[in-house]
Ligand binder design. Structure first.
Ligand SMILES: C=CC1=C(C)c2cc3[nH]c(cc4nc(cc5[nH]c(cc1n2)c(C)c5CCC(=O)O)C(CCC(=O)O)=C4C)c(C)c3C=C
Ligand SMILES: [Fe+2]
Length: 387
C-alpha cells in the first residue's frame, strides 16, 4: 500500500489574542464564507470586517483564556487516531490542515510531499458537509492539486461527510446519556441540539446539504440514545445582517423557558472539539439567557475531543476509505447533489444580468446605510450587529 497519510481538515483558531485579527481576516477573505460578486472586493471587505470585529472577538477569546483550544485538541485527536489505526494494523502518518490559522492546509500539503506519502485519506473534522467548512477546504485542496502536478502522484480519497458513522453516533449518545443521568429525573430533561448556523441562502440558493445532514444526524443520535426525552434543534453563532437558518438558539431557549422547561441539556452538534462557541457562547451567553427564563438546571454535553468510541469510529472510517473506490475532490459537489460552490471564476464582466442585480443591491445597500447613519448616528455595521 506504500506510505499512508491521513489529512485532518479543520477550521483553526487564534493561538494568542494578537492572532485574532489576522485569523478573522483569513476567515472573511474566504469566498465560501462571504459570497460576493466581485473578487476584488473580497480582501478590502475582509480587512474592514476583521478590523472592526477584532475587539469584540478578542473579548470572547479573553473569557476562555486568551486563545482557541482547537490546535491542541486537533493534535490530540490526530495522535489518538494514529495510535488506534496502528492497533488495528494500519500504520499511518497524520497531518493537520487548518483553513484559517496554523498549521495551515498549505503547510500540511508541503509536509505530505516532503514525506513521500503514496496514499492519502482526506478526513474533515466536520461530521456534516457545508459549503462554508469542508467545502471550503476541499476547494482549496482542489486548487492546490491543479497548480502542482507533483501532487498527482499521490493516490488520495476524500470523505465528504460522516455523520452516520456508528462509532460517532454511539459516542454522542453515550455523552448525552451520561449528562442526563446527572439529573434527578433524567427522562424529563429537554435535549437541546445547537448547531452552528449558516446563512439561509446557502441552503436555499446554493444547495448546501448542511441543514438536511444536521437534521438527519440529530434524529440518528436520538434514535441511538433511545430515551423518551423531548428534543429541539436550533442554530447558533449568527454573524451579520442576513437571515440564517432558524430557529436561532437564543430564541428557542427563551421559548422553551416560557413553556415551563426547567431542565435542559445542550448538545453542540456540528463540531467535534471544544471551541469558542461551546466554551463562551453556550457556557456563558446561552446559560445567562436560560437562567433569565427560569431554566435553572442548564448543562452542556462535552465535545467529543478524544472520546475513545469516537476515535475508534474515525479509525474504522479511515480503513473503510482506504479499502473503497477513491472519491476525488472534483466528485464531491456531484455527490452532494446540487451544491454550488462560490462561482467566482465564472463571473463575467459587463452588464450581464447578475452584474445588474448586484449593482442594484449594492446601490440599495449604500442608500440604506446612509439613511441608517442619518437616523441613528451609527454606521451600518453597528446597526446590524457586526460591531
Ligand atoms: C460546522 C461548523 C461551522 C460552520 C458551518 C461555520 C460557518 C460560518 N462561520 C462564520 C463566522 C465565524 N466563525 C467563527 C469561528 C468558528 N466557526 C466554527 C465552525 C463553523 N463555522 C468554529 C469551530 C469556530 C471557532 C474557532 C475557534 O477559535 O475556537 C468566527 C470567529 C469567532 C468570532 O469572532 O465569533 C467567525 C466570525 C460564518 C460567517 C459562517 C458561514 C457562512
Ligand atoms: Fe464559524
Amino acid at each position: 500500500m506504500g506510505r499512508v497519510g491521513v489529512l485532518l481538515l479543520n477550521l483553526g483558531g487564534p493561538d494568542r489574542l494578537e492572532d485574532v485579527r489576522p485569523f478573522l481576516f483569513n476567515l472573511f477573505a474566504d469566498p465560501e464564507i462571504i459570497r460576493l460578486p466581485f473578487p476584488w472586493l473580497q480582501k478590502p471587505l475582509a480587512w474592514w470586517i476583521s478590523t472592526v470585529r477584532t475587539k469584540r472577538s478578542q473579548e470572547n477569546y479573553k473569557q476562555i483564556g486568551g486563545s482557541s483550544p482547537l490546535r491542541r485538541i486537533t493534535e490530540a485527536q490526530a495522535q489518538a487516531l494514529q495510535a488506534r489505526l496502528e492497533e488495528k494494523g494500519q500504520p499511518t502518518q497524520m497531518y493537520i490542515g487548518m483553513r484559517y490559522w496554523h498549521p495551515f492546509t498549505e503547510e500540511a500539503i508541503a509536509r505530505i510531499k516532503r514525506d513521500g506519502i503514496d496514499r492519502l485519506v482526506i478526513l474533515p473534522l466536520y461530521p456534516q458537509f457545508s459549503i462554508s467548512t469542508s467545502g471550503s477546504s476541499f476547494r482549496l485542496l482542489q486548487q492546490m492539486w491543479l497548480e502542482d502536478p507533483k501532487l498527482n502522484s499521490i493516490e488520495y480519497t476524500v470523505i465528504p461527510s460522516w455523520y452516520k458513522q456508528p462509532g460517532y453516533l454511539q459516542a454522542m449518545a453515550q455523552l448525552i446519556a451520561q449528562e442526563l443521568d446527572g439529573f434527578s429525573n433524567p427522562d424529563a430533561v429537554h435535549v437541546f441540539f445547537s448547531a452552528h448556523g449558516v446563512p439561509k441562502s446557502y441552503v436555499e440558493e446554493a444547495g448546501d446539504p448542511y441543514q438536511q445532514e444536521i437534521e438527519e444526524c440529530t434524529a440518528l443520535i436520538m434514535q441511538t440514545l433511545n430515551r423518551p426525552n423531548s428534543y429541539t434543534l436550533a442554530y447558533q453563532s449568527r454573524v451579520g445582517p442576513v437571515e440564517w437558518l432558524q430557529p436561532y438558539t437564543e430564541d428557542a431557549i427563551q421559548e422553551l423557558g416560557q413553556q415551563g422547561v426547567q431542565d435542559m441539556v445542550v448538545v453542540p452538534i456540528s463540531f467535534v472539539s471544544e471551541h469558542i462557541e461551546t466554551l463562551q457562547e453556550i457556557d456563558m451567553e446561552y446559560r445567562e439567557v436560560a437562567e433569565s427564563v427560569g431554566i435553572h438546571n442548564f448543562r452542556r454535553v462535552p465535545a467529543l475531543n478524544t472520546h475513545t468510541q469516537f476515535i475508534d469510529g474515525m479509525a474504522d472510517l479511515t480503513i473503510e476509505a482506504l479499502n473503497s473506490p477513491s472519491v476525488k475532490l472534483s466528485q464531491v459537489s456531484q455527490m452532494k447533489k446540487r451544491v454550488k460552490m462560490y462561482p467566482q471564476e465564472r463571473w463575467q464582466w459587463g452588464m450581464t444580468t447578475s452584474a445588474e442585480i448586484w449593482n442594484g443591491r449594492i446601490a440599495m445597500l449604500g442608500f440604506i446605510a446612509l439613511i441608517i447613519e442619518l437616523i441613528t448616528g451609527k454606521g451600518l455595521l453597528h446597526a446590524v450587529g457586526i460591531l
